[in-house]
Each structure stands twice: as C-alpha cells, then as structure tokens.
Design a protein around this ligand. Structure first.
Ligand SMILES: O=C(COP(=O)(O)O)[C@@H](O)[C@H](O)[C@H](O)[C@H](O)COP(=O)(O)O
Ligand code: MN
Ligand code: MN
Length: 345
C-alpha cells in the first residue's frame, strides 16, 4: 500500500493544503474548507485505487463534499475491472480532514494542516461525528498512562516515563469551557498547559515526537479527528486512547444531538453497543497497514506551511507508515510551468 499509494497520497494532501493556503488569513473558514475538499477529491479521483471515505464531512449524499461512504479513485468506477489491476482493486478505507483547523487557516494562525489516513478495508474506526475524550502521550508512556486515571496520576506516570519533573511537562488542552477543571488540575499538579483554540490532531502528533516541547494532549475534541490522530500515533508506537462523548451536558458547546439517550440509540444503530468503551490507537486504526499523511497549511511545530513564490509553491508534508515504520518529511516544490525562479530558502 505504501509503495503503490504513498506518493499519490502525498499529492492529495499537498493539493488540499495549497488550495486552502491561498485563502489563509482571508477570514472565510468555510471557503478555506471547501477548496481543500475539492482539491482533495479531484486528486484522489486520479488515483488507481478503490477508496471509500469512512471519515469525512458527514452523510450528505448530494453535497459537493467528501462525504462518508463516498467512493473515490479510478478503480471505484463501474468499469474498474477493465482499467485496474487486481492490487488496485483492493478496497481502501480513507479518513480525511482536508482542512484541519479551518479557523487557524482563516485567521492566519499556526497549525492548520490537510490530513488523511488510509488503511485496508475495515482498518479505520468509522467514528460518528461525536466528541471524543482523548489522551495522547509519547511512546515511552504507551500503555502506562490511562484515560481512566486522573490528570494528576497521569502526570506522575508521564514524569517517571520521560524522566523529567512534572514541572517540566507541557500538556496541550483545547481552550474550552468544558476543560476549566482539567486545566486547573494540571496546573495544580505542577505541569504547564499550552492552550490551543483549534487543531488537536497536530497537538496529538506532537506527542509522538521528542523535541516538540509537548508531552501530552488531554481533553475533549472531535471523534473523527481522534481517529486520524490515532492512525498517526499508532504508526509511531505512541500512546492514544479515545472515548466517545455522547452527553451534550459534558461538552457544553457544540451540537451533538438532542439528548444523551438519543445519542446512545444512534450509537447502537451504528453497532456501538458499549458507548463508554475506551479505544486504543490500535483499535481506532486496527488495519494491518496504516498510512498517515499531513501537509502544513500554516506553519506549525512539525511542518512548515505552504509558501508561494512566483513560479509555484513549496509544501512540507509528514508521512508516517506502520508498514515501513518510517516518519518521512517531504519537502516539495510545485512548479506552475510559467517559469520563475525556484526559491530554495
Ligand atoms: O479544532 C478543530 C476543528 O477542526 P476543523 O473543523 O476541521 O477545522 C479540531 O481539531 C477539534 O478536534 C474539534 O473539531 C473540536 O474540538 C470540536 O469543536 P468545538 O466544539 O469547537 O470544540
Ligand atoms: Mn478538523
Ligand atoms: Mn476540517
């Protein structure tokens, strides 16, 4: 999968990032999202693959978005058998967030990125558009920290696993009312809190690398983003746990259905009978082969954002593979064919 689709998948996130980056700082998050979706779909439909979106923009069957269940790629066409090889006809599941951190992009803030994860059919958890309580931590703490433990206990464990004082730990938390108690607890335990307005996929991935200055992600974000984060962290052997949040009272903001009871029924109808189950990274991205790719739209801790120059654009992409156990940084110069000097710096 990595060999046959790797480069194509990189171009999918690169094209989405370039499209969104043209709208960076324009204050229009919906448009930044729309162009990324269109660019992603256009590029995906040029790939010899039989793809199905399992995490996308929702079940909108006639919306011009990458909707859940949408089939993408040349080998999804009815006459695919004539066009594609047996390998290309293998079904691929895809989780996308064409513009993760639309607000960040729209307001010219760091950390927005175009991301996706792929695996063979059934290899990614088809999470409902609910919220998810998340815990991400570095490989050294994998399986040792636990989302069922308090933040205070987890910070003690992290401190031992990383061999640094709690005061030297930084935990990323989304700045939301629902996290006020969590933030107070982390601070009281002695650790430092990095508050983010958006973009918890990037925050989770930061935990997988040493040297980012980020040691954990705690709190509640969106479930689809949780699956994409889990895919990346599973490939890195880092820690990720997620638990669906179905009670609107816990989330405080955002619309997640009429009531807790109605949400439990919705989960049951999707085959999720234990709504309180804690999922590991390996359960959320259980495929034998999992590939994550993300291109910076605006610059962040790990990836540079898109830089435009007279003759084209330059992108920075992170590709993480469970198959080859690699995290690759791909620095691409896109030439628009109209001449102009390529700036190396
Ligand atoms: O910040 C986020 C927004 O994602 P997007 O809509 O693709 O730009 C995500 O990283 C969050 O995980 C999540 O969507 C968020 O926490 C849910 O929104 P909110 O109700 O504002 O907390
Ligand atoms: Mn997102
Ligand atoms: Mn998005």
């Amino acid at each position: 999968m990595e060999n046959s689709l790797g480069l194509e998948i990189i171009e999918v996130v690169e094209q989405a990032a370039i499209a969104s980056a043209r709208l960076m700082g324009k204050g229009d998050k919906n448009e930044a999202d729309r162009v990324a979706v269109e660019a992603m779909r256009e590029r995906m439909n040029k790939i010899y693959m039989r793809g199905r979106i399992v995490i996308g923009e929702g079940e909108r069957d006639d919306a011009p978005m990458l909707y859940i269940g949408e089939e993408v790629g040349i080998c999804s066409q009815p006459n695919a058998a004539e066009l594609c090889s047996i390998d290309e006809l293998l079904e691929i599941d895809i989780a996308v967030d064409p513009c993760e951190g639309t607000n960040l992009c729209a307001y010219g803030q760091p950390g927005s990125m175009a991301v996706l994860a792929i695996s063979e059919k059934g290899g990614l958890f088809a999470a409902p558009d609910f919220y998810m309580k998340k815990l991400a931590a570095p490989p050294a703490a994998k399986g040792k920290v636990d989302i069922n433990k308090s933040a205070t206990e987890n910070l003690k464990i992290l401190s031992q696993c990383l061999d640094r004082a709690i005061e030297e730990l930084v935990v990323v938390v989304m700045k939301r009312e629902r996290h006020n108690d969590l933030i107070a607890e982390i601070r009281a335990a002695g650790a430092r809190v990095a508050l983010i307005s958006d973009g918890d996929v990037g925050a989770a991935i930061n935990c997988g690398f040493a040297g980012t200055g980020i040691h954990a992600l705690m709190g509640i974000g969106a479930a689809p983003e949780g699956v994409i984060s889990a895919a990346a962290l599973r490939c890195m052997d880092a820690h990720f746990q997620g638990q669906l949040i179905y009670d609107p009272a816990v989330v405080k903001t955002g619309l997640i259905g009429e009531s807790k009871e109605a949400n439990i029924d919705r989960l049951k109808s999707m085959g999720i009978n234990d709504p309180d189950k804690v999922y590991t990274a390996e359960e959320l991205a259980c495929g034998q082969n999992v590939l994550f790719a993300g291109t910076g739209i605006t610059s962040g801790n790990i990836m540079d954002g898109v830089r435009f120059f007279k003759g084209g654009a330059r992108t920075h992409t992170l590709v993480i593979s469970s198959q080859s156990k690699t995290a690759r940084f791909v620095d691409t110069i896109h030439m628009n064919g109209k001449g102009g000097t390529i700036a190396l710096k």
